[in-house]
Ligand binder design. Structure first.
Ligand SMILES: Cc1ncc(COP(=O)(O)O)c(C=O)c1O
Length: 178
């Protein structure tokens, strides 16, 4: 077999520096305003963000938290998920999705992806749920990845969704199916 040539160009999975440079002025102004106002926690900027995000998603409200991981842990706790519960999610996601389930005290149950979309394989999820059941306390975290909504059957649609990488995709699902 011929060796596969190694590309000379490095392909980065993410380039936060390029993102910063693209929006530098806006980011620096916002940081300066927060520092000058002495308002580091919550405050008017967070309230404005929450209102803007809720309008963008077409939902009744949005709550700003410190990180995507915190959002998932809080959502699981709010849904009453805790020790002794199992939560289905997809095997190909940020480690934070699984960490959040463990931080809530529950046990993750990983379901494989559909190789065509890299999001959860809904047929395998259906089989897993049929095999292990959906008794009280069990939940599904759908992960919408790379801007793509996961293909979730309505019957398995979870209340907790990880849309860290696909907020707009979530908004599409939300308006279509809820
Ligand atoms: C799909 C997904 N879920 C959760 C997270 C966790 O977000 P944070 O790093 O803000 O805790 C990430 C972060 O990259 C993510 O990509």
């Amino acid at each position: 077999m011929k060796p596969i040539p190694v590309p000379h160009e490095r392909i980065l999975p993410a380039d936060p520096r390029a993102c910063f440079l693209a929006h530098r002025e806006e980011i620096e102004t916002a940081i300066e305003e927060a520092l000058a106002a002495g308002s580091y926690v919550l405050g008017p900027a967070v309230a404005a963000f929450e209102a803007e995000l809720a309008a963008f998603l077409g939902v009744g409200g949005a709550v700003g938290v410190a990180s995507g991981t915190d959002a998932l842990v809080l959502a699981l706790r709010a849904a009453g998920i805790g020790p002794g519960d199992q939560v289905y999610t997809v095997s190909h996601t940020a480690v934070a999705t699984v960490a959040a389930i463990e931080l809530a005290g529950a046990t993750p149950v990983l379901v494989d992806i559909d190789p065509g979309t890299f999001t959860i394989d809904s047929a395998r999820l259906d089989t897993a749920v049929r095999t292990h059941g959906t008794s009280a306390g069990r939940a599904v975290i759908a992960v919408h990845l790379y801007g793509r909504p996961a293909d979730m059957p309505e019957s398995l649609m979870s209340d907790v969704m990880d849309a860290v990488q696909a907020a707009a995709a979530f908004s599409k699902i939300s308006t279509n199916s809820r």
